[in-house]
Design a protein around this ligand. Structure first.
Ligand code: CAA
Length: 267
């Protein structure tokens, strides 16, 4: 992989651990950080043979990501503000559409763009020290990296409106209660827990996991019947991949499956 200024990347046993490394600004997402993030996502997305699951976390024990860069935004005009919103939204949509699942390991503040980044990931695990907020309305702006869209979809409109209008910060256990995160663990267990979950995902068929991600994400935006049809199409595609033969063969022959995600040769 390339050398990055703001990202540390470790790849082991099919799991890439990506650490956002801008601790002086509590890992705030300035434009250069977002630009690099796009490049990191592009690289990892193309590495499906080596990487089957990604864990994203923030450097240090205090902050996952403290948001978009307020000092940078202070000077912006409307066109620059819109361009910054589009840039962050592009990066987060790329995360959402990566072939591999992405787990956010939220190690502290997940504020504004930090909460939006976590919401763009497939699964969120929070340290018991983590906190979540959309503080934008207190800064004279609205969430700009798709927070108004993803929070309403993930946790319902009422919760999204309460969080965004009040700017209140909630703790990890409250985030768990509303489904904003899937698991809360002590800080020292955060990365081991996220990596263990990532390894479990990586042990399954990468082709099936990729198609399941697409079925859930794309189907969620469709009406039920269209989503169900989309699922049926992807279900059919599973049978064009060696993982289906491997997985079902292991069951039938009482063995253990080793998946590669490779397509079957065309008949
Ligand atoms: N942008 C730029 N710099 C930031 C930052 C941000 N979002 N958050 C923290 N920093 C910087 C601080 O300015 C400070 O730098 P200096 O030492 O140079 O002054 C450094 O990080 C450490 O921060 P604090 O001294 O403030 O640390 P603290 O422990 O006292 O407070 C905090 C921590 C509560 C997270 C506080 O830093 C804070 O409120 N940060 C802003 C959080 C926020 O409002 N985020 C939303 C941004 S808007 C957004 O994200 C828009 C969008 O949707 C795209």
């Amino acid at each position: 992989m390339k050398e990055y200024k703001y990202f540390l990347i470790d790849i082991a046993d099919y799991v890439a651990t990506v650490t956002i490394n801008n601790p002086k600004a509590l890992n705030a997402l300035s434009s250069p950080v977002v630009e690099e993030m796009i490049s990191v996502i592009e690289e990892l997305s193309a590495m499906t043979d080596e990487v089957r699951c990604v864990v994203i976390t923030g450097a240090g024990e205090k902050s996952f990501v403290a948001g978009a860069d307020i000092k940078e935004m202070y000077e912006m005009d409307p066109a620059q503000g819109k361009a910054y919103g589009i840039l962050g939204s592009k990066a987060f949509q790329m995360i959402e559409n990566m072939p591999q699942p992405v787990i956010a390991a939220v190690n502290g503040f997940a504020l504004g763009g930090g909460c939006e980044l976590a919401m763009a990931c497939d699964i969120r695990i929070a340290a018991d020290t983590a906190s979540f907020a959309q503080p934008e309305c207190g800064l004279g702006i609205i969430p700009g990296f798709a927070g108004t869209q993803r929070m309403a979809r993930l946790c319902g409109k009422g919760f999204a409106k309460m969080m965004i209008y009040t700017c209140n910060r909630i703790k990890a256990d409250e985030a768990l209660a509303v489904g904003l995160v899937q698991k809360v663990v002590p800080l020292e267990e955060l990365l081991p827990t996220a990596k263990k979950m990532a390894s479990k995902i990586a042990s399954n068929s990468p082709n099936a996991v990729k198609l399941a991600k697409s079925a859930i994400n794309q189907g969620y935006e469709m009406d039920f019947v269209s989503g169900n049809l989309y699922e049926s199409n992807l279900f059919g595609l599973c049978f064009a991949n060696s993982d289906q033969v491997e997985g079902m063969g292991a069951f039938v022959n009482k063995g253990k499956a080793t998946f590669t995600g490779k397509p079957l040769p065309k008949k």
